[in-house]
Ligand binder design. Structure first.
Ligand code: SF4
Ligand code: SF4
Length: 453
């Protein structure tokens, strides 16, 4: 059999291994495996020139799928693997938005809020839809993300439907866990305890856009009131709960939405959490502000994806230096789907009965048209629209319009990123597209406990 080098490779920059040899980290995105290799060997691999390699090295490169059979169509192989996993996917992801309301009026949010919580009809139809999925016996696990608006504005609806779903999971022998994306304003310790202990809401994401000075210029209430001190106190009170220290396996994720106007405040926020002994109890996610629906604040004040990739690395290193865990997914894993939009059973339910493939479509005027919806549960003739925007990504990706992805060396570990962006003629790439070289190096240094800044 003849072999060639895979197209699905990425590298770190060369570095001195302190024994006088130049090395690089070579990353096979097909297997998500990394190997430390002589810099001189990289060019040979890229030239399909393996004559100097001994059998042991060849076996290793073959097992990592860095070299592959000559006649293999790699893109097709990846798509076959992805699609076959979708067919047998036993993990169901649902997003439930029990309210269209939110106290905050963040300028970059494209949602149109209204004081509507799920009414009895929508509640009943949503539960019916979840029931039919669970009774299909296709699923071993169900993960529900509670989202909004602000989901805690409809806490009683959330708890009621959560109780019913947990019971349904028990009856159908399905493992259940919940996540919540919340602005944190109402997340008092007693509510956290109730959600964690009684509703299996195990994963929490709360947004703080810097310290009070910057956060309170953007994440203010609709009446213009400041929110930082309340949210920060809630988080500190929660992470100091006995039950948090004893039971919580995944620290609260603090998301920061960053543009040119608040970047300088992000390290101060890390410092503030460090001063409050939050190391090990929270983790950070640094995200760029991007265009969303009709709101073009990513274009106005945001960074390019390439510039943000450098900013992200700088912030990750800073957080690490301050004693916070660096996200363990520095080196991306093999991904069989980019996100929930390609999983045919995964759906987003809003407070009006609308069903969408993507949670950034709800309450967002730019996505009001029916072509973006799977349907509406109040429609007596509800027939799911399998061609709702993004739903057919694994066919669309073959088109010339999406050549960025179908030709990308990172496809096996990405799947297309935030695919809704590609349909809007925007880039959907995650930051690792632009900083994978640094990530490989930091991950290597991290594992070898040699991280110096
Ligand atoms: S397409 Fe983007 S916004 Fe929509 S669910 Fe996927 S990652 Fe989220
Ligand atoms: S989203 Fe970007 S990184 Fe991901 S496969 Fe497409 S082009 Fe590559």
């Amino acid at each position: 059999m003849n072999f060639v080098t895979s197209r699905y490779l990425a590298f770190s920059e060369p570095f001195d291994d302190q024994k006088g040899k130049l090395k690089r980290i070579l990353f096979s995105t097909r297997t998500s495996a990394t190997v430390l290799i002589d810099d001189s060997a990289i060019q040979k691999i890229l030239d399909n020139n393996y004559t100097d390699f001994d059998d042991e090295l060849l076996d290793l490169l073959f097992s990592m799928e860095i070299i592959i059979p000559e006649n293999e169509n790699e893109f097709e192989e990846i798509m076959i693997q992805n699609n076959s996993l979708l067919d047998v996917n036993s993990h169901l992801d649902l997003t439930i938005q029990p309210t269209a309301n939110c106290q905050l009026g963040c300028h970059y949010c494209a949602q149109e809020h209204s004081k509507n919580n799920m009414n009895n009809d929508v509640y009943a139809r949503t539960l019916e839809r979840v029931t039919s999925k669970l009774e299909s016996k296709k699923f071993k696990n169900l993960s529900v993300t509670w989202y909004g608006g602000e989901p805690l504005n409809a806490l009683s609806q959330l708890k009621k439907i959560s109780t019913e779903i947990i019971e349904l999971c028990k009856i159908n022998n399905v493992e259940y866990d919940g996540s919540i994306i919340t602005n944190g304003l109402s997340l008092k310790p007693n509510i956290f305890k109730d959600l964690y202990l009684n509703h299996n809401v195990l994963h929490y994401q709360i947004t703080l856009d810097g310290t009070a000075e910057h956060h309170d210029k953007r994440r203010i209430t609709k009446k213009g009131e400041h929110t930082f001190n309340i949210i920060f106190k809630n988080i500190i009170d929660i992470i100091n709960l006995d039950c948090y220290q004893e039971k919580v396996k995944e620290p609260i994720l603090i998301r920061t939405n960053i543009d040119k106007t608040n970047l300088n405040s992000i390290k101060d926020l890390v410092d503030l959490f460090a001063e409050n002994d939050a190391q090990g109890k929270i983790q950070f996610s640094f995200a760029p502000i991007v265009d969303w629906g009709d709101k073009k604040y990513g274009t106005i004040d945001g960074f390019t994806k390439r510039d943000f990739a450098d900013i992200e690395i700088d912030l990750l290193l800073y957080a690490h230096q301050k004693g916070f865990l660096i996200d363990t997914s520095l080196v991306p894993k093999r991904e069989f789907m980019p996100c929930m939009v390609v999983a045919k059973d995964s759906e987003v339910f809003d407070a009006f009965g609308n069903v969408y493939p993507c949670y950034e479509f709800t309450y967002t005027p730019a996505y009001n048209e029916d072509k973006h919806k799977i349907g509406n549960l109040l429609d007596k003739n509800f027939i799911p629209n399998d061609l709702a925007t993004t739903r057919n990504w694994y066919n669309d990706i073959r088109k010339e319009d999406f050549a960025n992805c179908n030709k990308c060396e990172l496809l096996p570990v990405c799947g297309g990123g935030c695919v809704k962006n590609w349909y809007n003629d925007e880039t959907g790439c995650p930051s690792f597209k632009f900083n994978i070289s640094d990530r490989l190096l930091i991950d290597y240094l991290n594992k070898n406990q040699a991280l110096t800044i």
